[in-house]
Design a protein around this ligand. Structure first.
Ligand code: TXE
Length: 516
């Protein structure tokens, strides 16, 4: 985590504090705000040559980055521990292995995904015309990223953006500047100089990236900031892809595999210290299994090891928010099942389960973004579904049941952009799948071809091989044109549009156009 932006004898810097100890462990220099425009210009210049490179050459450079990334795995894991308090097992699986899959998938798919799409032109209506839709790079992509997955979240945008021919100006979170510096060091060894720029700083530097003339913006972060970013982009007619908040629900049916549900829900609620937009932040359990579910979950959560399984909050502010949500719920009559304490050092909070919560409590409506799992029972499934959909967020949701068809039906009945049956949240690591959802989750899409479509600009190219002196739809408009059009429609209606004779008639017609 980084403290506030500081001004020292050598200029501005981010003071990097280890969230496990709250001690300063490093400082990262910050360039003056006024220089952000130069960085965007440098990226644009490098991008012009990059987009002209054959795709095979771009793939070769990104493949080299993939190898450098894998070799740097242990360094990345060690740095994530110091910068975010990330447990090693979690750093390996979510930030190294998951990104290995990301590189592999995009490198294997990008040729097909970027292929030009031929226009299927009727030789009758459009004789000797050929065309295609090609996907051009948008130019310079402005990427503004958060601290909670400081390697995976930016790479999910950077890898496809580069393969599509773009340059990237990346403003990482002020709470995770060092992982960005490490990734930049790897990129410098594999990509053309200046193609990816890292702009360190706080939100003002993020704003400066938007103002500096990028061609599209990709943002992951809070709803509050996402709204500000979206407005600023709208003023500049800048395409903007938003990945914002989540308040994921898990619905546990009476027939669920209880042991699996407890393990899976404990992981999805407390992984990343709960600081994951797809963390389970509300759990609805059928009344018939509620007591046994609570007992098993309590026993499981109490075995979670601080810092080994569950990391700290990234900032004191994040810790304070979690404590506010716990205090308000307890004051409102919720039951503390386990956890509840913040024994330190650093900004660690115990993984905490609260039962018998009311839907009006803050921890059931606002994003807690911490190791906090509120649970309530339900008798009526429709009531659980209504409650699950009640927040303005709709990122992911899960249904836990042995009846897989029922689980899928219930999941598809929810608003969430991602639904899983008997699992939760891991799909963010699937580059094939889409990640995102409506409402205050932002509506953007990460991963899959659908994310790529925000990184390219489709262009249609049509070439007319001088087929004929005149087109039927050109001036003058006259009786002959109307008769011909009626005839064409009649023939199309009779399925005769492919009649070779018609083609001759039509080209003869348009050849004699001026005499008609
Ligand atoms: O996010 P911010 P923060 C949520 C979570 C968390 C809250 C605050 O609830 O408690 O957001 O986290 C840059 N123009 N999520 O403060 O403020 C900022 O420098 C342009 C959920 O980290 O959204 C950083 O790089 N940029 C989310 C990035 O935006 C601006 C993950 C995110 O900062 C800016 C993280 C501005 N006006 C937090 N203001 C998820 N969906 O996973 C700030 N920034």
């Amino acid at each position: 985590m980084a403290g506030l932006l500081c001004d020292g004898p050598t200029g501005l810097y981010l003071s990097c504090l280890d969230p496990r100890t709250a001690a300063e462990v490093a400082q990262v220099p910050v360039q003056a705000l006024e220089l952000v425009g130069d960085r965007v210009q440098q990226a644009r210049e490098a991008g012009l040559a990059w987009r002209e490179r054959p795709l095979a050459a771009r793939k070769q450079a990104v493949a080299a980055l993939h190898q450098a990334f894998l070799e740097a795995g242990p360094r990345i894991v060690a740095l994530l521990a110091e910068e975010c308090g990330r447990p090693a097992g979690e750093a390996w699986t979510s930030e190294v292995v998951a990104n290995h899959d990301l590189f592999q998938w995009w490198l294997s798919q990008i040729d097909d995904l970027l292929i030009s799409l031929p226009l299927d032109l009727s030789p009758i209506n459009y004789p000797r015309k050929t065309g295609r839709v090609q996907l051009d790079a948008v130019g310079v992509i402005g990427l503004i990223s958060p601290w909670n997955l400081p390697v995976a979240i930016p790479l999910r945008a950077i890898v496809p953006a580069l393969l599509a021919g773009n340059a990237v100006v990346w403003k990482p979170s002020e709470h995770s500047p060092r992982t960005a510096e490490l990734l930049l060091e790897l990129m410098r060894g594999c990509l053309p100089e200046g193609l990816v720029q890292v702009v360190q700083g706080d939100g003002r530097w993020g704003q400066a990236v938007i103002d500096a003339g990028v061609d599209a913006v990709f943002f992951t972060g809070s709803v509050r900031t996402g709204r500000a970013v979206n407005l600023r982009c709208a003023e500049r007619f800048l395409p903007c892809s938003l990945e914002l908040g989540g308040k994921d629900a898990a619905i546990v049916l009476a027939d669920a595999d209880l042991d699996r549900a407890v393990e899976g829900i404990a992981w999805a609620a407390f992984a990343f210290g709960g600081q994951n937009c797809a963390a389970i932040e509300r759990c609805f359990v059928h009344a018939s299994i509620y007591p046994s579910f609570l007992a098993k979950l309590k026993a499981r959560v109490e075995r979670l090891r601080p810092l080994r399984d569950v990391g700290p909050l990234i900032t004191p502010a994040q810790l304070a928010l979690v404590q506010e949500h716990v205090a308000e719920a307890l004051a409102g009559g919720a039951t503390l099942v386990c956890g509840g304490g913040a024994p330190g050092p650093g900004w660690f909070h115990e993984p905490t389960v609260l039962a018998d919560v009311s839907p009006t409590m803050r921890l059931m409506r606002e994003e807690s973004f911490g190791p906090l799992l509120p649970i309530r029972s339900f008798d009526d499934l429709d009531e659980a579904i209504r409650l699950a959909d009640e927040t303005p967020y709709a990122l992911t949701a899960s249904v836990w049941t042995r009846d897989l068809d029922l689980g899928e039906t219930i999941g598809l009945g929810l608003r969430a952009g991602v639904v899983t049956v008997n699992n939760h949240a891991f799909t963010g690591a699937l580059p094939q799948g889409t990640w995102g959802g409506p409402g205050e989750t932002g509506g953007g899409v990460t991963n899959s071809r659908f994310a790529l479509y925000h990184m390219v600009r489709p262009r249609t190219v049509v070439v007319d091989a001088l087929s004929q002196p005149h087109e039927m739809w050109w001036f003058p408009y006259n009786e002959a044109l109307e008769r011909l059009s009626r005839g064409l429609i009649e023939l199309q209606r009779e399925g005769g549009a492919k009649l070779p004779g018609l083609r001759g008639a039509l080209s003869g017609f348009t050849a004699r156009w001026k005499d008609l």
